[in-house]
Ligand binder design. Structure first.
Ligand SMILES: [Mg+2]
Length: 383
């Protein structure tokens, strides 16, 4: 079997752009992949067009060897754009090979270890008032036992791009404490601070909370510096959920080995596809760390994350946006994973269990920038 084409589809999918990829073979088998690196899809498309040059004619069954060739082939190894492209290609190769063998992708990963993939919910509003307590009670009553929140912020005077960390942490601490009081100890609660804080701000935030208010704090600070996480680790005992931006096993290494991530937010569309995600999962298993996969993209990312979650022993919960109303049209994705309550059933059909309608590929890509936030003094601050 030989690869005959690698096609890129950066498309506007209604609420966001998606980077969809297709690999075709001379035997008629094909596979779908998706890349992360949201907001820089055209850069990923450029990387894919380089890889396409040497992938055509190669045997798609040699997935691990092709991963090595893609990662190490350009001498300047790694980086998020390149591993985003490699992720999409690696996921598509797994889909293609599993279709040829007539098995779900998890059979290529050691077989399934669970029948369902439980998910966590994300509360729709920021932690900034009584509405969030009501929303948390609603989700908990619906059966969502793991609920994540976004940071709150006091009145910004209508300026959606204003973010002042000290104002946010005081308000967020106040309202997450009220959520915990309302739901009791059985709820599992987390906050995603979306790497907006400094070490000192994150430490202050944690110290404002009564014991067992939070079960996990997601991305309190940026991930370039493991040393910064070492410093923060010494100032709080709240578990960290980190890793969604991490783009290789080497990048994950200090976080796993030094106890700096407690829930590994591996993103299969950023880290390097199944080939790399399985290695990260194994490394986590050795350190008794469970995966909490990052899954904010489209149905191909969800389908791939379900297959990965099915095949690893150390899995906690999958992020899911369908619960928040981020549902993709069946016109664009005629076959896609369907949430049942707070979980996805592990599929039994060949491949990933997802189909993209190429007719929709003409849907124009729309330039989108992540919000650029500023502080009251006018300086830039992270979204
Ligand atoms: Mg996050």
């Amino acid at each position: 079997m030989k690869i005959t084409d690698v096609k890129s589809f950066p498309v506007w999918a209604g609420q966001r752009n998606l980077f969809v990829l297709k690999i075709e073979s001379d035997e008629g088998y094909y596979g779908w992949g998706e890349a992360g690196v949201s907001g820089r899809e055209l850069a990923v498309q450029g990387a894919v067009s380089h890889f396409r040059e040497f992938l055509i004619g190669k045997d798609p069954m040699r997935i691990g060897a092709l991963w090595q060739e893609m990662y190490r082939g350009q001498y300047f190894e790694g980086g998020r754009v390149l591993t985003g492209a490699i992720s999409a290609i690696d996921i598509a190769l797994h889909d293609l090979v599993a279709r040829k063998l007539g098995v779900p992708v998890y059979q290529l990963l050691g077989g399934k270890q669970r029948d369902y993939v439980p998910c966590f919910a994300t509360s729709t509003g920021p932690l900034a008032g009584p509405e969030v307590v009501e929303d948390a009670k609603r989700l908990f009553a619906q059966g969502w036992t793991v609920i994540r929140f976004g940071p709150g912020h006091p009145d910004t005077g209508g300026d959606e791009t204003l973010f002042e960390p000290r104002e946010s942490i005081a308000l967020t601490a106040e309202w997450i404490t009220k959520v915990r009081e309302a739901l009791g100890p059985r709820a599992v609660l987390g906050i995603d601070y979306h790497h907006r804080l400094s070490v000192a701000e994150a430490a202050s935030f944690c110290q404002m909370l009564p014991p067992h208010t939070l079960d996990f704090l997601e991305e309190p600070i940026r991930d370039e510096s493991p040393e910064a996480y070492v410093a923060l680790r010494s100032m709080t005992d709240i578990p960290f959920a980190t890793g969604e931006e991490i783009s290789s096993k080497w990048h994950f290494l200090p976080y796993i080995e030094r106890g700096l991530t407690n829930f590994a937010r591996v993103d299969i569309c950023n880290v390097g596809g199944f080939t790399e995600a399985k290695k990260v999962a194994g490394w986590c298993e050795a350190h008794y760390i469970d995966l909490m996969p990052h899954n904010p993209l489209g149905p191909i990312c969800t389908a791939a994350s379900i297959q990965l979650a099915a095949a690893v022993p150390n899995f906690d919960r999958l992020e899911d946006r369908a619960q928040q109303g981020l549902v993709y049209s069946t016109e664009m994705f005629p076959v896609q994973p369907m949430l049942e309550g707070d979980r996805y059933p592990v599929p039994t059909g060949p491949g990933l269990g997802v189909e993209f309608n190429e007719e929709m590929a003409g849907k124009p890509f729309e330039f989108w920038e992540a919000p650029h936030l500023h502080r009251r003094d006018g300086s830039y601050t992270n979204w």
